[in-house]
Write a protein that binds this ligand. Structure first.
Ligand SMILES: NC(=O)c1ccc[n+]([C@@H]2O[C@H](COP(=O)([O-])OP(=O)(O)OC[C@H]3O[C@@H](n4cnc5c(N)ncnc54)[C@H](OP(=O)(O)O)[C@@H]3O)[C@@H](O)[C@H]2O)c1
Length: 243
């Protein structure tokens, strides 16, 4: 799809992939609405990119999701793309009890929030001549990394959901994309001191260019870099990933 003069709402735009994608899409001549839960980071983003809109939203909060969707449609009626990018990755020890609140935060951030936000906006998007829902999953949706088990499960579920979403929307103007990133150096997992120094990291600029290319070429399920191998070989790579 054309990637200029679109109106694009992106969650989790205050760091990492979301920050770089928001910046790139802004540079390409789109109206970007950057969302996040860190007001200071949002202010920095809008100062660095005049014209970029920002909105505070903790995606784990249902009321904030409803408010974000209503505000975005009211202020940006041309809104035609949603990028469900916000995500967290937690290490969980499955040999003992897990705090339910901790589980619920990961489940809500990575799975329930994108599903709910999509549902809040899908009616509006169907009124646009061209529209897109873009879900950011992970190569780990296809080959789990056992130390972050619920993360992998939420991404596998979001992959499954994206298939159904795409099927149900096939006769509408809304295209459903799934972007499947490889390991990219960001803050993901840093709250648990996740050490990604052994990961083969894809440079952020290469990753962002690959995402833009996938969207422009209408690659609806886009495995980027090594994530494409995980997507194709799935559990066949489990032992290799979990040495
Ligand atoms: N980096 C990778 O290797 C990799 C690989 C595969 C998939 N992904 C996916 O890519 C997406 C972006 O992750 P990233 O790597 O860029 O990590 P990141 O640097 O940690 O960025 C995650 C973003 O999500 C936001 N976020 C988290 N919880 C939120 C909440 N409750 N409400 C609103 N925003 C929230 C964060 O905001 P705060 O700064 O406020 O926490 C941050 O802006 C995620 O869906 C992740 O699963 C990343």
């Amino acid at each position: 799809m054309k990637l200029s003069q679109q109106t694009i709402l992106i969650t989790g735009a205050t760091s990492g992939i979301g920050l770089h994608l928001a910046s790139k899409l802004h540079q390409m001549g789109n109206q970007v609405i950057a969302c996040g839960r860190n007001q200071l980071q949002l202010q920095k983003l809008s100062s660095a990119h005049p014209g970029m809109a920002t909105h505070l939203c903790d995606v784990t909060d249902e009321q904030q999701r409803r408010e974000l969707a209503a505000w975005a449609v009211a202020h940006y009626p041309a809104l035609n793309m949603l990028i469900n990018n916000a995500g967290i990755m937690q290490q969980l020890d499955l040999t003992g009890p897990i705090d339910p609140a901790r589980m619920m935060t990961e489940l809500t951030t990575n799975l329930l929030a994108p599903i709910h936000l999509s549902s809040l906006l899908v009616g509006h998007l169907q009124g646009q001549p061209v529209a897109a829902l873009i879900n950011i999953t992970s190569g780990l949706a296809f080959t789990p990394l056992a130390i972050v088990p619920l993360y992998c499960a939420t991404k596998a579920a979001l992959h499954s959901f994206s298939l159904s979403q795409r099927h149900q929307l096939q006769d509408t103007s809304v295209r459903v994309f799934e972007i499947i990133p490889p390991a990219v150096g960001t803050n993901l997992g840093h709250q648990d001191n996740y050490d990604n120094s052994n990961d083969e990291l894809m440079p952020m600029a290469d990753f962002i260019n690959a995402v833009i290319g996938a969207l422009q070429q209408d690659t609806y399920e886009a495995g980027i870099g090594i994530a494409e191998q995980l997507r194709q070989q799935r559990e066949g790579l489990f032992d290799l990933l979990n040495l």
